[in-house]
Structure formats: structure tokens, C-alpha cells
Design a protein around this ligand. Sequence first.
Ligand code: AMP
Ligand code: MN
Ligand code: MN
Ligand code: MN
Length: 291
Amino acid sequence: MHLLNADLHCHSRYSDGTLTPTALAERASRNGVALWALTDHDETRGLAEAAAAATALGMGFLSGVEISVTFAGETVHIVGLGFDAADAELAQGLARTRGGRTARAHEMAEGLARVGLPGAYEGALRYVSNPDLMSRTHFARWLVDTGVCADTGSVFRRYLTEGKPGYVTHRWAALGDAVRWITQAGGLAVIAHPGRYKFSVNEEFALFSEFKAHGGRGVEVLTGSHSAADTLKYGAMAQEFGLLASRGSDFHSPGESRIDLGRLPDLAGTLQPVWQALAHRVQRTAVASLT
Ligand code: AMP
Ligand code: MN
Ligand code: MN
Ligand code: MN
């Protein structure tokens, strides 16, 4: 069952992806995905459409979300899978987490204006389809389309990462709150793309230990931004910490994402897949075997 083509991390227009949930479901299905989750940033509004589209295509579906968290002064992302999207505490927590984004976007635009890039707020807003969810990605797309940078990667390097003119320090949710919102809504919490954080060995150990102590259950071993070395390292850490292993492309857009939906390597047979613990939460028409 570690060979199941599961893709449990991607983004739609309800956050910083460019496709609708339906278009994502069709793309995932075309690429052979058998179990899919939509995980928009701090937002669950796309899940009903995603579930309907997945079910119509005969593809297993899990509710998903990617919660922005501040841990040890860094932004960490926690993916929630298989929760009840109608849960009130989760909904309130996500609303609070989204809440600071508009003010942050104005501050980002002020920073960019100071280095000769006026009008960034209005520019980025043209790429936003969910007004509650203005993200750095929308600024990046505007800066690419106006010819300031050649691609989104260089926008982040020049303008949108710590110490750069468009970067604004922001306080997101607490780790324990995010894990609790997901867990008490019946879901399973997963550390997203651990290879992307700039933590020391001690900070990383603290993240994994505290995540586990709060009831976190899984870690992404396979994700679009991991190197082969990252995959090995976080596979070993999953085993060391007794965490389930997840697999997700983190697909955002056909033109931008390096890894397409469902196009990741297989999970190593020595790891326990996260979907083993989620079989009872999968929404599907015909129940095929996941175990
Ligand atoms: P935000 O939640 O507004 O801080 O935006 C974070 C999003 O920016 C991530 O989910 C990615 O989609 C995107 N992102 C972050 N770093 C990079 C990067 N170096 N290159 C391209 N996209 C990035
Ligand atoms: Mn994103
Ligand atoms: Mn992320
Ligand atoms: Mn993501």
C-alpha cells in the first residue's frame, strides 16, 4: 500500500494555486492519482467542490488544509488531513490565521514601493481570487508578469524572503493550536515539507518533539521541494519519531510547479504511509482497498 499513488498536498484558487478544485481533480485523476487531498493555505472553502469532483472521477478524497504556524521565529506549515471541515473550532482558528493577511499585504506593498516598485498591492490583487487569502505568491506573479523578475523563484530571492524589501515579519498560529484544531476535528496533522525550514539541528529536533507531544502524527517525506537526500533524511526522522510518512506534490500551477500532481516517487516500503491511518476518512463512491 506504500505504492498507492496518493497526492496529499496541493493548492487551488482558494489560496495561491491557479486552478479551480475541479480542474485540479481532473488533472490529478489524469495523472493516475488514486487518493487526493486539496490543502489550501489556511482555508477550506474549496473542499466541497474538490470532494464532489474527485468522487465524480472515482478518485479517493481526503479533506485537507495547510496551516501557517510560527515556531522558533520561523514560518512552519502544518498540513491537516481527513478532518470534519464543518468543525467550528477549526473554522474559527483558520479565520483568525487568515485574518492578518490583508494588513500584511499592504505592508509588503509599502516595502516594495520604497525600492521603486509602487502599486504592488493593487497589482498583486489582480491575481487574487479569494480576497481573504493574499499571499506572497500573488505578489510574485505580478512581479514576473510586469517583467521585474524572470520567474517566481527569483522574486522570492530578491524581494520576498527575510531581510528583503517586500518581506514582512508575521505572527501566524501557534504549533499546538494548529495541531489541536486539526486533531479535535477528527483529522491527522502532518509537518509539511520539513526540508524547507532553515532550522538548526536543535530547533528541528524541538519542532518534531513538540509536534509529536501536541498529538501530531505525520511528516511529509515526499514533496515537490525535497531532494533525494531530504527524502532519505526525513524518512529516517519519521521512523525515529514514530511518525507516519506523507506524500504530496505541493502543486500550485502548471507554469510554476516543478512536480506535477501525482508525479512523485514511491514511498519507501519501510515507512508507514499516512493514508493507512486515514482509510476511514476517505470519501469515495466505490470503496477500493487502501489497506
Ligand atoms: P505566504 O503564505 O503568503 O507567506 O506565502 C507562502 C507561499 O509562497 C508558499 O506556500 C509558496 O507557495 C510560495 N513560496 C515560498 N517560497 C517560495 C520560493 N522560494 N519560490 C517560489 N514560491 C515560494
Ligand atoms: Mn503556496
Ligand atoms: Mn507550504
Ligand atoms: Mn503548500
